[in-house]
Design a protein around this ligand. Structure first.
Ligand code: UDP
Length: 461
């Protein structure tokens, strides 16, 4: 059982409506939150876009409402690669009418308990005014590390400072950001290739976050302690730091969109403890053909077992594995496995997993910390370069590939983590952070207390 089921009440405390962004990294934590609130006695309604509709039958205890999203599915299918700033702006500009109708309909339903609040991803800035006009309190959920939100808040400022014109030929590119001395300028530059558009939508996001009734962070106090005070000054509204959400419930909700491959588990079971390199770049990041080949050569050359998730169309211009180096599959036969998708939490829990070579998505990072697995970081965009900087320089629980995907640098990093003494030290630090997570969930711990505060707060609306 989970620590929270014991407090489940028999009478409903009201309805909570959740509206997640339709990508895996946002759906997963929002569904975890929904399950947690359900266990606390709330009735759960999930509003979602037509695009990436979650599988309703996996969650029979929730009510689902689908809303029109301006035909985003077709637009996304025609995009060569993920463009977060464009996609988020598009959804904000095309969901308002259908969302208003849906919310008003829910509020007018007879014989239903009152709506306690609405929880949307922070990026859905359009929802605040609608919630206000229908007199529903809106809380926002951030599915990223707190420090990246501070950088997002200042993105337009960095744009005006000219950061996004810098390249690796400029000395300032490698310099520290004066306002955030733990970050390098290049980390900020790498968050987006469309800084103008991104800055504009983030300005709207921040304004509506400040107008909301509270913030829910999928993070926990210990790694973010240094900036929690700054955050309080900038966002003087109730804040709940109750993550990692993936810790609360044993069930994995990561199969919301994708089919999971389980056939490799018998192979993984046969590998020595901590011997396998697990490689996955998440659900959105894409890489070029030559980067893909560098990854392959590094995995071939290092000679260790690996499990590599290659999403269909993750390699630009390829359907799946067409651009692997010749003879690669023969050369690594028996030692390496390539899958399209896997149940990541289970792989990270597996005793054969030795390190996680990741794109540094926030969910992946938290999952790795929860299992005490050291990381190699190949960030792509949005919050990932910032998370990777913290993993490498601040928390020291992994190694950042500073110069992208180049086989020699990758091989050196893999060796340092998997074979050198340094790797043991990194592992000890990530195990310490894992302990901090567990402590934050104990009675009196920060995440547990924060959840209690959130439930009290929502119950009083
Ligand atoms: N994931 C998974 N199997 C895979 C790859 C990813 O279950 O093969 C899950 C992973 O556990 C995580 C989510 O997908 O919960 C990815 O979220 P993250 O924030 O790490 O990255 P994003 O995909 O949003 O860039």
């Amino acid at each position: 059982g989970t620590i929270f089921q014991s407090t489940r009440s028999t009478t409903t405390r009201g309805r909570v409506i959740l509206f997640p962004l339709p990508v895996q990294g946002h759906l997963s934590p929002m569904f975890q939150l929904a399950n947690i609130l359900h266990a606390q006695g709330f009735k759960i309604i999930i509003i979602h876009t037509e695009y990436n509709s979650p599988n309703h039958s996996n969650h029979p205890h929730f009510t689902f409402k689908t809303i029109a999203d301006g035909g985003f599915t077709e637009i996304r299918n025609n995009m060569k690669k993920s463009d977060p700033a464009f996609s988020i702006t598009y959804l904000n500009e095309h969901c308002a009418d259908s969302f208003t109708d849906c919310l008003a309909g829910l509020l007018a339903e007879p014989d239903e308990p009152p709506v306690a609040c609405l929880i949307t991803d922070a990026e859905y800035y359009f929802a605040q005014e609608i919630a206000d006009s229908l007199k529903v309190p809106r809380l926002v959920s951030w599915a990223c590390t707190i420090v990246s939100v501070l950088v997002y808040r200042d993105l337009s400022f960095f744009y005006e400072k000219g950061y996004f014109n810098l390249t690796n030929k400029d000395s300032e590119y490698e310099a520290l950001v004066p306002e955030y001395p733990l970050l390098k300028v290049k980390d900020v530059v790498k968050t987006t290739t469309t800084p103008d558009r991104m800055g504009k939508y983030l300005t709207k996001v921040m304004k509506q976050v400040k107008a909301s009734s509270g913030i829910i962070w999928n993070s926990f106090k210990e790694p973010e302690e240094a900036i929690l005070e700054t955050l309080g000054r900038d966002f003087p509204i109730p804040r709940f730091t109750l993550g990692p959400l993936q810790k609360y419930l044993p069930t994995s909700t990561s199969g919301i969109i994708f089919e999971q491959d389980r056939t490799f588990f018998s192979w993984l079971d046969a590998q020595a403890p901590k011997s396998v390199i697990y490689v996955s770049f998440g659900t959105l990041a894409s890489i070029t053909e030559s980067e893909f080949q560098e990854v392959a050569y590094a995995l071939r050359n290092i000679g260790l077992p690996f499990l590599w998730v290659v999403r269909p169309r993750m390699v630009e211009g390829s359907e799946w594995l067409e651009s692997l180096p010749e003879k690669f599959l023969e050369e690594v036969a028996g030692r390496g496995r390539i899958v399209k998708w896997c149940p990541q939490k289970e792989v990270l829990t597996h005793e054969a997993t030795g390190c996680f070579w990741t794109h540094s998505g926030w969910n992946s990072t938290l999952e790795s910390v929860c299992e005490g697995v050291p990381m190699i970081c190949s960030p792509c965009f949005v919050g990932q370069p910032i998370i990777a900087r913290y993993i490498n320089d601040v928390w020291k629980i992994g190694i950042l590939l500073e110069n992208g995907l180049a086989r020699e640098e990758i091989e050196r990093a893999l060796k340092r983590i998997m074979l050198d003494k340094e790797g043991e030290e990194i592992r000890e630090r990530v195990m310490l952070l894992k302990k901090e997570v567990n402590i934050s969930f104990d009675e009196g711990g920060s995440s547990r207390q924060s959840l209690k505060n959130l439930v009290d707060y929502i119950s009083k609306f």
